[in-house]
Design a protein around this ligand. Structure first.
Ligand code: HEM
Length: 419
């Protein structure tokens, strides 16, 4: 049986062999759960994943949970943010912030991203290397999303800690219910994590400060927002904040962490882009495809349907494995090869298969990854030695927790440190 609900299956990253077998199998793949009375259908092929993603009437995010395990109706309500809701409610929430993430708008963040990238790489170079995730891959995206939301710099590290603790809720072990002074029943908290409680408490405090002193940031926009004449409730606001911090941070961090591995595994791809900088955007997208930071999202079937010959009934769980579809050789030429000029048609599905929930931050993430690559190329940074990565224990994110790297000084950094 394929243990796709077990975090151990992903302990060494994406299980490519397992996914390839799954794609070769006709129809969707059934994984039984518990005593075999329940289970879920897995979607591993690109073309099926795109169908599920784009049909929110048949494949709902609001009915049932978007993670594999089920939760009670009161927990669904308590946890719901736009990612767990269907149109039209989803659309109204998404509209509150979407203008801040258009390709044109995110260009405004480029300079701030560049400054963060430079600071982090300076730090790494100054010590001849170090732990790549905590020095480079984590601080850049959290810094960027916190700036956009309006979280002050001194709290960024706390946001990283809380967001990591949310992911810990997707590992095999249950979390300590009273951590962070939590008093809420864990089943009512996103990822069953007490960090979700702490993040909400933090968001409410920040909202208080913004009510007294509004700023040009998304926290202020959310507390002032009205949908059909009504402000967001306390829970809606907290869920929005948690989603933005989590989504804007863990995912891009994962691509940036994997980037260090790609640089060492595929040096000719980076050399080529160094000579032809027009390829930077496609290289950044290849890093995102190859790292596939989100392994899956689930939908729940609302009416009888047939997908790839498999009959689906109302209430069935359907799990879209992005990390499988991104390596589907029916769609991608030589998918295991890392191609800096890979065609964008068909597009990879690391940001989702299209439709209502397509990643809100895709343009921002692409910009951040491209900026990091460009700065590494500009300073001719050579990662001389990259240790075995320690993966995050999760069946939901393809994250790297720890990655030691050694940086060989380049002529450029020597020139910069000359008096
Ligand atoms: C490499 C980085 C990223 C990856 C791989 C990624 C991946 C994804 C995926 C797979 C989805 C679900 C798509 C679907 O269900 O169709 C999603 C949704 C979302 N992402 Fe991202 N994401 C990334 C970066 C970001 C950033 C930087 C932000 C910051 C704003 C962000 C915010 C969101 C939000 C708010 C949603 C929910 C959208 C909705 O339900 O309408 N993501 N992302």
């Amino acid at each position: 049986m394929i243990e796709l609900h077990d975090a151990d299956t992903f302990a060494k990253g994406i299980p490519h062999g397992l996914f390839s077998d799954m794609r070769a199998h006709p129809g969707l793949t059934w994984t039984p759960e518990h005593d075999g009375t329940t289970g879920f259908w897995s979607v591993g092929r690109h073309r099926d994943l795109v169908v599920v993603s784009r049909d929110t009437d048949t494949f709902s995010s609001g009915v049932g949970h978007i993670q594999i395990y089920d939760i009670d109706a009161d927990a669904l309500d308590a946890r719901a943010s736009m990612i767990d809701l269907d149109p039209p409610v989803h659309t109204r929430l998404r509209r509150l912030v979407s203008s801040a993430f258009t390709p044109k708008h995110v260009e405004r963040y480029r300079q701030a991203v560049r400054v963060r990238v430079r600071d982090c790489l300076d730090q790494l170079e100054a010590t001849g290397g170090g732990e790549w995730v905590s020095t480079v891959a984590a601080p850049i995206p959290i810094g960027v999303i916190c700036d956009i939301m309006g979280v002050p710099e001194e709290d960024h590290q706390y946001m990283i800690e809380l967001s990591d603790h949310l992911v810990a809720g997707t590992a095999n072990e249950p979390l300590e219910p009273t951590a962070y002074g939590n008093t809420t029943d864990l089943r009512l908290l996103p990822f069953n994590s007490p960090a979700a409680y702490a993040m909400a408490a933090y968001a409410h405090q920040l909202a208080e400060r913004r009510r007294a002193d509004p700023q040009d940031d998304l926290i202020t926009r959310l507390i002032q927002a009205e949908i059909e004449g009504e402000s967001l409730s306390r829970d809606e606001f907290a869920n929005f904040f948690r989603l933005m911090i989590f989504a804007g941070n863990e995912t891009t961090r994962s691509s940036m962490a994997h980037l260090a591995l790609h640089v060492v595994q595929f040096p000719e791809a980076f050399d080529r882009v160094n000579r032809d900088r027009d390829l930077l955007p496609t290289l950044a997208d290849e890093v995102v495809r190859y790292s596939s930071p989100i392994l899956y999202f689930r939908r729940t079937v609302t009416k009888p349907a047939v997908l790839s010959g498999t009959e689906l009934n109302e209430g069935d769980k359907v799990v879209m494995w992005y990390a499988s579809a991104n390596f589907d050789d029916d769609v991608f030429d030589d998918p295991m090869s890392f191609q800096p000029d890979r065609s964008s048609v068909p597009t990879h599905v690391a940001f989702g298969g299209g439709g209502a929930h397509f990643c809100l931050g895709a343009s921002l993430a692409r910009l951040e990854v491209a900026e990091l690559i460009e700065e590494m190329l500009d300073r001719e940074m050579v990662l001389a030695d990259v240790d075995e990565p320690v993966f995050v224990e999760s069946n939901f994110v393809n994250g790297i927790e720890h990655l030691d790297v050694t940086v060989r000084p380049s002529t450029k950094s020597a020139q910069r440190s000359d008096p």
